[in-house]
Design a protein around this ligand. Sequence first.
Ligand code: 5AD
Ligand code: SF4
Length: 366
Amino acid sequence: MKKGIDKILAKRSLQKEDIIVLLSTFSSDERFKVFAKANQVKKKYVGKKVALRGLIEYSNVCRKNCLYCGIRSENKDVHRYTIEKKDVLDASKYALDSGFGSIVLQSGELCTEKHSGIIGEMLEGIKSLSDDKIGITLSCGEQKKEVYQDWFDKGAHRYLLRIESSKRELFERIHPNNKSHSYDERIRCLRDLKSIGYQLGTGVMIGLPGQTIEDLADDLLFFKVIEVDMVGMGPYLEHSKTPMYNEKDNLLPLNQRFSLSLLMIAVLRIIMKDINIAASTALQAIDPCGREHGLFAGANVIMPNITPLKYREEYILYNNKPGVNETADNYLNRLEKNIEGIGEEILYGEWGDSKHFKPKNPHHLR
Ligand code: 5AD
Ligand code: SF4
């Protein structure tokens, strides 16, 4: 067994060198120790309840062209859709009735006034149909500060915007080299979201071509520096209709991307004890129980897909995206059984806010 794992896990705070050692634990016994420690930290600081967010993939229209993503604007094979407001409200009502305390409204990135206006109307509609009982997270990309403010005023209170990689050089390698894909702009957005008072979520992809363990350790430290409240991160999975597919032979094998993703979750839990960490759908693309493994490794949030089934096949960010035909009811039944074994249960009917978040604006206190 590698020397020092136990010693590192017993430390009060971890340095970058420690994080690198933990992320490099390749024997399954050692990994188990890291996961078990993270699970213990989770139980102590956030409890044993798994918070739910019903994910509505509202539109796959995107102005961006990220080199890894299946719905990038240059992929002409994708049939583009935008769900009618009424169907989004129905899905939100379904979430409410099924005991989801919270939903995530996700879309590709569009920056038109029409788009921001429609999102605003949907926020108001969801708030009113649920009598403010449903928490709303948005994940609609980079926007002007005024737009973020308007959405916040209309009831969104959490926002997810992944940095994808906190290393500027790697961010620039996986995005086209133009003004619409700017590292500085992404950072500007994260700052604006935080200053407005959103619970801030970000994340990275794990196992990108050219990414090192040191880069991943820096990603975890980046989350700490910007004081995020929520993190969603998962393995990078190639999509055959993207430019980055060319690099498919230079990737870690899938099983290693999977265990590295679990280690990232675990180490993050150890260093940021009270944040919300999602077990991403991409984990489930590699292993049918991937999200449950994520929970054991320290995640505490699951985002079951509640997008109406007829749209699901068009929101394919990477190959083998799971859940295209599975209803949320089915998925929840399975999840409930699976997590019993690790002593966890589902948190029904609550927003499930990040315990890390210190609200500035009391109307979002619950
Ligand atoms: N593999 C894994 N994750 C991906 N995403 C987009 N494309 C891929 C891919 N090929 C993730 C990005 C984005 C989120 C919506 O989906 O991190 O922020
Ligand atoms: Fe658009 Fe997001 Fe995909 Fe980039 S990752 S192309 S912004 S949907």
